[in-house]
Design a binder for this molecule. Structure first.
Ligand SMILES: Cc1cc2nc3c(=O)[nH]c(=O)nc-3n(C[C@H](O)[C@H](O)[C@H](O)COP(=O)(O)OP(=O)(O)OC[C@H]3O[C@@H](n4cnc5c(N)ncnc54)[C@H](O)[C@@H]3O)c2cc1C
Length: 497
């Protein structure tokens, strides 16, 4: 018998994408000295989740290999794996196909399976019930399981359907995996395709379609008519102003809130100390139109320094977001949110070059200010301010919902969690949790220290940061915290049971 407790404790991990895998890694470590049963629920894409499932190699990671390690001790874990397993050398700065990253994740999962003792339930969870202090019932088709802690790692919410086209034969609502979802477009006599959206999903679709069916003209339809920024030559340098210490000192001296203007000043100073003018970059780069992309290519070093600063904020974004008043948060979203996102999620240079090439021969065309889309039987009519466009197919690249009240309509499990007030809507996206413990806040039961939420579910608390690195690092803290309660070192004090 390991550990001091007589009774074996059980934990449930619901969903096994990058979030679930990171949580699993932490519990497998804990299993070395504690009696613990780990039950994992997922019915598809074990270990990879949605983005890294088996798919076409044209879909690339939007980050370089050096930032994609699953191993908290070895930040170059993925780079080493590429070298050892696939003999791809010096891949630190490369954007590798996501399907290869999926292979790395599956390999990582297999190593965990060999190390620990895991029960896999290949089913979707449909409900959970709170039975008592650190006691839950997890239900799925024909079965239920009693556990002492739960990690909700259910990942991406269902896709938005902003133009109400779901169900139309020529409308591809959710495009992954592109190899099978976009199959209807292959070998068919399709002349015009519209992609709704201009984010990284839209670029995935462009890369795949332009490779497999060269005769299609692709129309990008969006509100702002711009892609993201080009990934510059990223440099990571020490942050002197936007760091934990500075934020804590400010809060100690002036109280719980930090004005948005103070952050803007720190960002400017951070740029200055790295030899760039943040205001100039903000105004002139990251435009995302063909002209904007050309401009980015002329200033890749400056852009890379700025993107490096933004990237390094990953771990303190929740802290920054928490220190802003709602007024300042709304001001940020209104004035800077769109552009911030474009700098935070840049596209690989190779993809940007492809855009310029395809624009030059009008294989792709960008439109803005989309007004409405009508289905007219076998094709679509898209209304733009000065023209009407007709296309035979539409692919939706608007991404997942962020509002749980909308997402729940397509997800019975989320519906039940909200309905029973086990979870609460967070006004900036996802559900309410305590940070960094990631404990769910319930208006019926209070703070649930052994019910943790991860990934997109906590998007409103950590300002939408869903990068692989952030998910992996935050799992360390969440599991460590849950563990204190599982081992009964701390008590929960749940209300109303
Ligand atoms: C297209 C795309 C590309 C991306 N590229 C990058 C990148 O290059 N680099 C980067 O750092 N980040 C990238 N991201 C961010 C990405 O979101 C995260 O890296 C990460 O994959 C999210 O993992 P997750 O486990 O939270 O969610 P998911 O990957 O969505 O996994 C959730 C899992 O939960 C399961 N599940 C859902 N509901 C239930 C249920 N009721 N019961 C049981 N199981 C359930 C699902 O089957 C799924 O396997 C990308 C995101 C997208 C969408």
């Amino acid at each position: 018998m390991k550990g001091g407790n007589d009774v074996e404790k059980k934990v449930a991990i619901i969903g096994l994408g990058v979030s679930g895998l990171s949580v699993l890694r932490e519990y497998i470590c804990a299993q070395e000295h504690e009696d613990l049963e780990i039950i994992v629920f997922d019915e598809e894409n074990l270990g990879t989740g949605l983005p890294y499932q088996k798919d076409d190699k044209s879909l690339l990671l939007n980050q370089t290999s050096a930032t994609m390690s699953m191993d908290p001790i070895n930040p170059l874990g993925f780079v080493d794996w590429l070298d050892e397993t696939l003999e791809i050398q010096d891949a630190s700065g490369h954007h590798i196909p996501r399907t290869i990253y999926g292979q790395y994740l599956r390999d990582y999962l297999n190593k965990l399976i060999q190390k620990g003792n895991i029960t896999f339930v290949p089913k979707k969870v449909s409900d959970l019930t709170i039975i008592g202090e650190n006691e839950y019932k997890v239900s799925c088709k024909n079965d239920s399981y009693k556990v002492n802690a739960i990690h909700l790692c259910t990942g991406h919410f269902p896709y938005k359907d902003p133009y109400g086209l779901k169900g139309k034969t020529e409308y591809i609502h959710q495009p992954y995996p592109v190899e099978s979802r976009l199959f209807p477009l292959l070998g068919k006599d399709v002349n015009r395709l519209a992609i709704v959206g201009t984010g990284l999903t839209a670029l995935d679709i462009m890369l795949y379609v332009s490779k497999t069916n060269k005769d299609i003209q692709i129309h990008f339809i969006s509100l702002d008519g711009a892609f993201t920024s080009v990934r510059g030559n990223i440099v990571f340098s020490k942050l002197h102003y936007l760091n934990k210490e500075n934020i804590s000192n400010y809060i100690d001296s002036y109280g719980d809130f930090i004005p948005l203007n103070q952050y803007i000043e720190w960002l400017m100073l951070e740029g200055e100390s790295n030899g760039i003018d943040v205001r100039e970059i903000w105004q002139n780069l990251g435009g995302g139109t063909p002209k904007g992309i050309e401009m980015d290519f002329r200033f890749l070093n400056e852009l890379g320094i700025f993107q490096g600063i933004i990237h390094q904020l990953d771990d303190i974004l929740p802290l920054i977001w928490d220190s802003l008043t709602n007024d300042d948060r709304n001001t940020f979203l209104r004035m800077y949110g769109g552009k911030w996102h474009k700098f935070r999620s840049p596209m690989p240079q190779k993809t940007a070059k492809k855009i310029l090439e395809l624009c030059a021969d009008e294989s792709i065309i960008l439109h803005k200010n989309i007004q409405s889309i009508n289905y007219i039987g076998n094709s679509f009519e898209i209304n733009l301010p000065t023209e009407q466009l007709h296309v035979e197919y539409i692919v939706n690249a608007t991404g997942p919902e962020t509002d749980v009240e909308k997402a729940k309509l397509q997800d019975p499990f989320l519906f039940s969690l909200l309905n029973k007030r086990i979870v609460e809507k967070q006004m900036y996206g996802g559900i309410e949790v305590e940070w960094p413990s990631q404990s769910v806040y319930s208006s019926k039961y209070g703070v649930l220290n052994t019910l943790k939420a991860h990934g997109q579910l906590v998007g409103g608390i950590q300002y939408g940061n869903n990068s692989m690195g952030m998910l992996s690092r935050s799992a360390v803290m969440a599991v460590e915290h849950a563990f204190k309660f599982i081992k009964e070192e701390e008590t929960n004090g749940i209300k109303n049971i």
